[in-house]
Ligand binder design. Structure first.
Ligand code: NAG
Ligand code: NAG
Ligand code: NAG
Ligand code: NAG
Ligand code: NAG
Ligand code: NAG
Ligand code: NAG
Ligand code: NAG
Ligand code: NAG
Ligand code: NAG
Ligand code: NAG
Ligand code: NAG
Length: 462
């Protein structure tokens, strides 16, 4: 009892997260009429049911402003109503080693430490702890939860105990770790006793694997080993995949502002890559480098990329979700490369950005204009693609003006053909007329009559 009081005092005075508190008073003796007893700011209830708990708490004056701590041991309850204002004044709440069939509502108020260990809880509102801004310690050990309820971690360290819950899903733990991995404020208590289930799915049957917390954490740390020197790698999300039946972590890699001249080799499973503000010229690795096979979101703004032709027919173009190439040196957009990009089923989420590039505008750019306008839902910055000369916006170009070009002889081809047909007809008429005159009157009209003898005339003489 002495040690626990000391711990308790420590929690009261400094914002430590060691909320290890037990009863600060003994259980009421079995002979006592009521199941709860109060000592100063602490109420202890033992061996209660729904009825004896309500009764005991009223007798012990739970609603008194000074009440700080409530310790309930071996409660066998049908429901525990977390929304009740009875708990809202408390700082420490323990409801341990009992059986609670249903846990409903949301806590609110000033609770800093909540211990619900050992109650065989399987069903708890995911939002039960969301409205507790001061919560720094939550013990859900020795229950049967499958998903970790939502918690909010603010400025203080948070200790979470989910040990001995044999049916927790690993992705629930991963989601939490991923959400708070940058703050390093989340601490798991009794990590050695914390295990979780990861799904395995094959075509014909599903099963589960048990992983330890250490393995789950390793899964996330493993990404640092292959991370390129100049880049930072983070967990993007965790997937269960058919191909690799166990939990797999996808990475986001950020290599922006590094003066890179080439796309770097990536760790496998990179799904998001940001290489903005570098000196990159070529997109070739995106198509041929194996480590880029899973890249779906590619951001390379402010580089020196001159062409996107290499992307033609690539796996990336088939699968991408984001392609951002703003402020590069792209001179032309071969729209046929991206022609299928927007007309399949999953396209609502696709994003393409070409803003700030200065195209070499000519008559064919009119087609790019149409493409930009037709797909403006996917091309957010469609109005920022420019022409190199005059910095006109591509969507403003007027094809009837831009398509005026130097006339050459081919432009007169129809006149020439018309003229030739006229000449031919005249010639045929003239020859026919000459023939008729010759037959009728026996002489040749001018100019045939005046033609000098030609060297090969003898062939026609009879
Ligand atoms: C919660 O209660 C259990 C059972 O009484 C105890 O073993 C555990 O240490 C408590 N957890 C915290 C964080 O105080
Ligand atoms: C509470 O119940 C347990 C058994 O369920 C018993 O051993 C214990 O003595 C009881 N405690 C009180 C204070 O009644
Ligand atoms: C609780 O109250 C008793 C008297 O009722 C007092 O002797 C004791 O010091 C108090 N304990 C604390 C921790 O305040
Ligand atoms: C308890 O606190 C409330 C608000 O915090 C206040 O209105 C009320 O007067 C307090 N009661 C006592 C007995 O101090
Ligand atoms: C739980 O407590 C809240 C607040 O006191 C109340 O509004 C709600 O009806 C209670 N729920 C049940 C099922 O008793
Ligand atoms: C835990 O609760 C489940 C139902 O939710 C029940 O079937 C099981 O017997 C309980 N286990 C223990 C140890 O009380
Ligand atoms: C829990 O938090 C997640 C992420 O913030 C949110 O999407 C979800 O709706 C929350 N669940 C509940 C029940 O509030
Ligand atoms: C825990 O929950 C799972 C299903 O969620 C159930 O199969 C198992 O029997 C439960 N274990 C206990 C001890 O209640
Ligand atoms: C939180 O925990 C870390 C180590 O895990 C420690 O360095 C830091 O001082 C703690 N912060 C607070 C506010 O207790
Ligand atoms: C988990 O359960 C095992 C066996 O039931 C027990 O020995 C161990 O102390 C428990 N761990 C915690 C943190 O309660
Ligand atoms: C947890 O397990 C690791 C390795 O098995 C061991 O080194 C460590 O001492 C254990 N921690 C506790 C608190 O038992
Ligand atoms: C296996 O899991 C998948 C996805 O979770 C589900 O669609 C499928 O129906 C499951 N198969 C069996 C046999 O339970």
């Amino acid at each position: 009892m002495e040690v626990q009081s000391w711990f308790f005092l420590c929690c009261c005075l400094v914002p430590c997260y060691c909320c290890s508190f037990g009863p600060q008073a003994p259980c009421p003796p079995p002979t006592s009429r009521y199941r709860c007893a109060r000592a100063n700011d602490t109420i202890v209830c033992c061996n209660v049911t729904d009825f004896t708990l309500t009764e005991g708490l009223n007798i012990a004056k739970i609603r008194q402003n000074s009440t700080r701590t409530l310790y309930i041991q071996n409660a066998v309850l049908n429901t525990f109503n977390a929304s009740s204002e009875k708990w809202s004044r408390l700082k420490y709440l323990s409801v341990v080693d009992g059986k609670i069939k249903k846990f409903e509502g949301r806590f609110w108020g000033n609770l800093a430490c909540v211990n619900l260990s050992g109650n065989n809880i399987s069903d708890i509102n995911p939002g039960a702890f969301e409205k507790l801004p001061r919560l720094t310690s939550l013990d859900l050990s020795n229950n049967n939860i499958t998903k970790i309820p939502n918690i909010t971690i603010n400025k203080n360290n948070f200790s979470l105990d989910i040990s001995n819950n044999s049916h927790v899903w690993c992705h629930s733990i991963l989601d939490l770790i991923i959400r708070y991995q940058n703050t390093s404020r989340l601490h798991f208590i009794n990590g050695n006793d914390t295990k979780c289930l990861s799904a395995r799915s094959y075509h014909w049957f599903n099963s589960t694997d048990t992983m330890t917390l250490a393995q789950v954490e390793l899964l996330i740390k493993g990404r640092d080993e292959d991370c390129p020197k100049q880049c930072t790698c983070k967990t993007y999300r965790a997937d269960f995949t058919q191909m690799h039946p166990v939990l797999e972590v996808k990475l986001s890699v950020n290599c922006s502002n590094q003066q890179l001249t080439d796309l770097p080799p990536l760790p496998p499973n990179t799904i998001y890559l940001d290489v903005s503000n570098n000196l990159i010229k070529s997109l070739k690795p995106l198509c041929i480098n194996d480590s880029y096979a899973e890249v779906r979101e590619f951001i390379a703004d402010n580089n020196r990329i001159e062409s996107i032709s290499v992307l033609e027919g690539s796996k990336f173009i088939d699968n991408f979700a984001i392609l951002s190439l703003r402020n590069n040196r792209i001179r032309s957009i071969p729209t046929y490369i991206l022609s299928n990009a927007f007309d399949r089923t999953f396209h609502e989420s696709r994003i393409v950005k070409f803003g700030g590039n200065r195209l070499q505008c000519d008559c064919s750019t009119a087609q790019v204009k149409m493409w930009l306008l037709n797909n403006k839902n996917y091309i957010e910055d469609h109005d920022e693609v420019l022409c190199d000369k005059a910095f006109e916006r591509v969507i403003d170009i007027d094809p009837s003006k831009i398509c005026i070009y130097e006339k050459d002889w081919t432009d007169y081809i129809y006149y020439i053909i018309g003229g030739e047909i006229f000449l031919l007809l005249s010639l045929i008429s003239k020859v026919s007329y000459d023939y008729w005159v010759f037959k009728s009157f026996g002489y040749l009209p001018w100019p045939a009559s005046r033609m000098p003898k030609l060297p090969c005339d003898w062939c026609f003489e009879t």
